[in-house]
Design a protein around this ligand. Structure first.
Ligand code: ADP
Ligand code: MG
Length: 680
């Protein structure tokens, strides 16, 4: 089969250079490409409707015999109108075609055909205008429908596919080993390839599709496994005792059930035979830090050191503060290690870390700098992991002797997708917010109401609050005409808020400048922060109560949700204002969806459905290969099976060295070849 990808499409009967160009437009260059060009959907011709049961307006398939000679008339504008009738045992249908002088040759008096089309009223008789038709004996009960390009019709594509399938070797080897195919009740590749294109029934198409999706997901799983080279390692930091109850008793609040469950799951890992490797997913505000600190408390009480890494200096500072607060009364002190410490300060911190005097080290990537030598690093926690690359994470884990790792993410990823993307990380989900959270009101407005929104912001500021205003891009040149750029937008904002203090924050500023502006806003010295999406991650200014987002239709829903999560963090009522003039229905629906729910997981699923996994992760987390056939949202059952099957293979043959796994190995390797490396 592999060699068919090297055979040009022009080797197919009936495809010359000209036609090949059309196929190229569909991305089809080789015979193999064509075989893998699966139908987009199918037309089921097998369900016939009796003419007298055909409802007006319905698309139906009927089997009827031509019972009049076709009459051709010219109508106004020179159009050729061809009319005739066909009947089955139950009734007669009028047939109308336009500008096709071959109709009377194609549809012969007294012969029976299958017609498919929409039934319209007509006078007395039901009517079909330009129906598709097939001779009775040629009845394909299920017709594949392919994606087309101009110049290629369904007939041409399916004829080419048929020829391509004939070029398959008689005995195709199936990459899925026999025993797995048997166990998971999968059909053979050869059957799958033929049946996905030309099934005899929709059920047969399903069987074929399942087999192909299964392989795709299994290969993805194997590829991710290879990429990470993850083998469970022995637990070198067994936590003898669980101190989480003791920690909770020191807190001013009680933990949510979700927090308790997550802590228990992680402690169990750290007490088990293998090193912990766990992802904690929790919506904005679900209390991930308390979970992290509880686990750290247990780890420290068991004699270890903790490294807690945040992606930016701002976040590291904020974490340091909130961790210090949570550690009040525990007798444990956190130290902060970031790039902006003076050399003398750094030296002091390094010494404390090496001697083991510092137990809880919070910082940026400075915590993995070569100069840091840990005394007994037992737990590594990374926050907002999607901002880190795989190298940084493994560098951190490489710092100690196989420390446990906990990854915290506020980007809610639907579980199905998380399983794939994070491979064999175990997952805990914080699906519960601490009690008494303010609900954030979300409004969708058009730009005509912007003035009113500004007044609303002023009222809030006058009461002592602060606001974020977010625009998509920085410079005019990067944007489409109707998109507000931050620069242009300042031209509106500044005169409007003359008497207020506005700070500007965008990704092209120097890190130090960014930090300064953020610090000022955090200290309440600025009323408004006009920013691009750099404020998206983790920033915590409880006094900010308004998040206004311009051109809201330009963002992914999860991103909007993250932005909205910047407000509603204090005791004051908070609002999110989405400004959009879009008249695109889908965009409007998406904005309505986000206004209607504050559940990050629901939003993420919605986003994923609408935009697919590639877009979902955006540039931030690229590396997920394009999966052709499988829909991660719709194939949950196959996903589980495929994953289990992959794990069974890995368990006995982790490097895929056995002959029967050779084809799977090749597929896994080629999957990531064009993608570079994964972030995780
Ligand atoms: P996130 O999951 O977004 O990182 P944080 O850990 O920053 O959330 O927690 C948000 C706020 O909620 C913090 O001020 C924290 O002290 C508080 N918090 C966490 N857990 C609870 C709880 N169980 N009850 C009340 N407040 C909590
Ligand atoms: Mg957080």
């Amino acid at each position: 089969m592999a060699s068919l990808f090297e055979k040009s499409i022009t080797e197919i009967k009936g495809i010359g250079e000209k036609k090949a160009e059309l196929f190229n437009k569909l991305g089809l260059k080789s015979v193999g490409d064509l075989i893998k060009f699966y139908p987009r959907t199918y037309l089921d011709w097998s369900k016939l409707t009796d003419v007298d049961k055909a409802e007006n307006g319905e698309i139906v398939t009927i089997k009827a015999t031509i019972d009049t000679q076709f009459r051709e008339t010219r109508v106004k504008g020179g159009k050729l109108l061809i009319k005739g009738t066909a009947s089955d045992d139950t009734g007669t249908v009028r047939l109308t075609f336009f500008n096709n002088k071959f109709i009377s040759k194609l549809l012969k008096f007294g012969e029976t055909y299958i017609f498919r089309g929409r039934i319209t009223g007509g006078y007395g008789l039901p009517e079909m205008t330009s129906p598709e038709f097939l001779p009775e004996e040629k009845l394909l009960s299920v017709q594949p429908i392919y994606k087309l390009t101009e110049g290629l019709n369904q007939r041409a594509v399916s004829a080419a596919v048929k020829e391509a399938l004939k070029m398959l070797p008689e005995e195709i080897r199936d990459p899925i080993p026999d025993e797995i195919r048997k166990k998971y009740k999968l059909c053979h590749l050869s059957y799958a390839l033929n049946s996905i294109h030309f099934p005899k029934s929709l059920e047969e198409a399903d069987i074929a599709r399942n087999r192909l999706v299964f392989e795709e997901l299994m290969v993805l799983r194997l590829a991710l496994h290879r990429l990470r080279g993850k083998v469970k390692s022995e637990n070198l930091h067994k936590m003898e005792k669980d101190y989480s109850a003791e920690f909770e008793s020191l807190l001013p609040f009680s933990l949510t059930n979700a927090q308790k469950r997550t802590i228990a799951e992680a402690v169990k890992d750290m007490q088990g035979a293998y090193t912990m490797n766990r992802l904690v997913q929790g919506d904005v505000g679900s209390g991930k830090t308390a979970v992290a600190v509880s686990l750290s408390y247990t780890a420290i009480k068991n004699g270890g050191q903790i490294a807690f890494m945040a992606p930016t200096e701002i976040l590291a500072n904020q974490h340091y503060e909130s961790i210090t607060k949570l550690l009040t009364g525990t007798g444990i002190e956190a130290v902060l290690l970031t790039g902006s410490l003076t050399p003398a300060e750094k030296k002091k911190v390094y010494a404390k870390i090496e001697s083991g005097e510092a137990k809880f080290i919070v910082g940026t990537h400075a915590v993995i700098s070569e100069k840091v030598v840990y005394n007994n690093l037992s737990l590594v926690i990374t926050d907002e992991q999607h901002r880190f690359g795989v190298n940084q994470r493994s560098a951190l884990a490489g710092k100690g002797k196989s420390p446990h790792t906990l990854v915290m993410s506020a980007t809610p990823i639907p579980r199905t997708l998380a399983i794939i993307v994070y491979g064999d990380l175990d997952i805990s989900i914080l699906d519960e917010l601490p009690p008494g959270r303010q609900k954030i009101d979300t409004f969708v407005i058009d730009s005509k109401k912007r003035k009113r929104a500004f007044n609303f912001i002023k009222n809030n500021i006058d009461e002592g609050r602060q606001a974020y205003v977010v625009c998509p891009y920085i410079e005019d040149s990067e944007i489409e005409s109707e998109v507000m750029s931050l620069e242009k937008y300042m031209g509106i904002l500044e005169p409007e808020f003359e008497n207020y203090k506005i700070g500007v924050l965008h990704g092209k500023m120097k890190k130090q400048e960014k930090d300064e502006v953020m610090e000022k806003f955090s200290r309440g010295e600025l009323d408004i922060l006009a920013a691009t999406t750099v404020v998206e991650v983790g920033v915590d200014v409880p006094n900010a109560t308004i998040m206004m987002i311009e051109n809201a239709e330009n963002y992914g829903l999860s991103q909007l949700h993250q932005l909205r999560g910047r407000v509603g963090r204090g005791k004051h009522k908070s609002s999110c204002i989405l400004v959009s003039d879009t008249d695109n229905e889908t965009s409007q629906e998406r904005l309505k969806a986000i206004a209607g729910t504050t559940d990050g997981f629901k939003i993420a699923e919605y986003d994923l459905k609408m935009r697919g996994p590639g877009d979902f992760f955006g540039e931030r987390q690229s590396g997920l290969p394009q999966i052709k056939t499988a829909s991660l949202m719709e194939n949950v059952n196959i996903l589980h099976d495929a994953q289990q099957a992959a794990d069974e293979i890995i368990a006995v043959d982790p490097c895929l060295l056995e002959a029967k796994h050779r084809m799977l190995k090749a597929a896994a390797i080629s999957l990531f070849r064009s993608n570079g490396t994964m972030l995780l």
